[in-house]
Design a protein around this ligand. Structure first.
Ligand SMILES: *Cc1c(COP(=O)(O)O)cnc(C)c1O
Length: 392
């Protein structure tokens, strides 16, 4: 396989033979399509006229004053159509699939956020869409299931394994192995076998490119620190990547600490995991003593995944990006703080990053600047939080 599929010892192409041809085709066609001027122009048009780019960078003055210390800025991916950064990737891959002549899209989803983004992109571009979702998640996320159906997608309920996200990915890969002539597998994060971690990173890097330009225009210098939450890691890598060569910038990826790292109810794959192979890539994963994939937990469904994108595993090993875990309680506190100080209700996933920005700002001086990637809005989480707090 090509060197591009490797991030140090991580990444790669650990798939059954039957998938190799489909993935090789994707790699070859993507190289052509991604450098095509017409594709870039159409992508740009969809992102601006449909998804709502560019998203603003916003100085969170009242949050900054409340915390006391470094200035906190927000990159507002929560303002995008469908409510998060996931639409950047869904539109990109759907457009690529269409250019490859594929009529059918399959996708996996955990909480339903990526399923909705994929169904949206398919409705827009006139592609058939089928979404794999674990039976446990279907029960937990009834409304997102209906939303996908409204958008014209078909739901395939997965009853194997733990009946959650990791099993949905397995089923989607299985489908892809036998359908790739006319089907594209639209994976939702920087996970899975090569080419996905690279392609999804490229599609999400619009976040960091915009943020870099906007921050320079606003402040005439670069920020001191960047913070983003990490589930599979697509919003974080898209935000960090265009800044990686700016060695003086500190970057922090925030994983789900759940109920604590010693509780086994968390999803901190880098901070508390071991090296292994999951969904076709070598990366950091949460596993038990027998090497079985562990059950994970987070208050934020979008962070509840036992692996992480291989490039994050590499950036951690290389010491370029720091990774930390934030527990449910601290994320929930940040969810409230941002809502009250700024009138912005963040996704529970993004609240993990806000929590670290608050910690960091309070330990820093007023002449330093922190930018948080606010990956999504919290409308989807209001019901869950209200019921946890006994308010429904
Ligand atoms: C899905 C999701 C995430 C986690 O996915 P990444 O690939 O790690 O970005 C984070 N925030 C929001 C709002 C999400 O919907």
């Amino acid at each position: 396989m090509s060197r591009e599929g490797r991030f140090g010892q991580f990444g790669g192409f650990y798939v059954p033979e039957i998938l190799v041809r489909a993935l090789k085709d994707l790699e070859r066609e993507y190289a052509i399509i991604s450098s095509d001027k017409g594709f870039r122009e159409e992508m740009d048009r969809l992102l601006t006229t449909y998804a709502g780019r560019p998203t603003p960078i916003y100085y969170a003055q009242r949050l900054t004053e409340k915390v006391g210390g470094a200035r906190i800025f927000l990159k507002r991916e929560d303002l995008l159509h469908t409510g998060s950064h996931k639409i950047n990737n869904a539109l990109g891959q759907a457009l690529i699939a269409k250019r490859m002549g594929k009529r059918r899209i399959i996708a996996e989803t955990g909480a339903g956020q990526h399923g909705v983004a994929a169904a949206t992109a398919c409705a827009l571009l006139g592609l058939d869409c089928e979404v794999y979702m674990g039976e446990v998640d279907v029960e937990r996320q009834k409304l997102n299931c209906y939303r996908m159906e409204l958008l014209g997608a078909k739901l395939n309920v997965v009853r194997s394994g733990s009946k959650t996200l990791k099993d949905a990915i397995n089923e989607a890969l299985r489908d892809f192995a036998s359908s790739s002539d006319h089907t594209h597998y639209l994976i939702g994060s920087v996970v899975g076998p090569h080419l996905y971690p690279t392609m999804v990173r490229d599609l999400q890097s619009v976040i960091g490119r915009e943020a870099r330009k906007q921050f320079l225009a606003l402040e005439n210098h670069l920020p001191d620190a960047l913070v983003a939450c990490v589930g599979g890691g697509s919003n974080a890598i898209g935000f960090f990547h265009p800044f990686l060569e700016d060695r003086e910038i500190r970057m922090i990826g925030v994983e789900a600490g759940g109920e604590g790292l010693d509780s086994s109810r968390h999803a901190a794959s880098i901070v508390a995991g071991k090296e292994g192979v999951l969904h076709g890539a070598r990366t950091m994963i949460l596993q038990d003593e027998d090497g079985q994939i562990a059950e994970t937990h987070s208050i934020a469904a979008g962070l509840d995944y036992p692996g992480v994108g291989p490039e994050h595993a590499f950036l951690s090993m290389a010491g370029r990006v720091e990774y930390m875990a934030v527990e449910d309680d601290e994320a929930l506190a940040a969810f409230h703080t941002l809502s009250e100080t700024e009138g912005i209700i963040p996704a529970l996933e993004s609240a993990h990053a806000v929590a670290v920005a608050i910690r960091l700002a309070s330990q820093s001086t007023a002449d330093s600047d922190i930018v948080v990637n606010l990956s999504g809005r919290g409308d989807k989480d209001v019901n869950q939080v209200a019921s946890m707090e006994g308010r429904l």
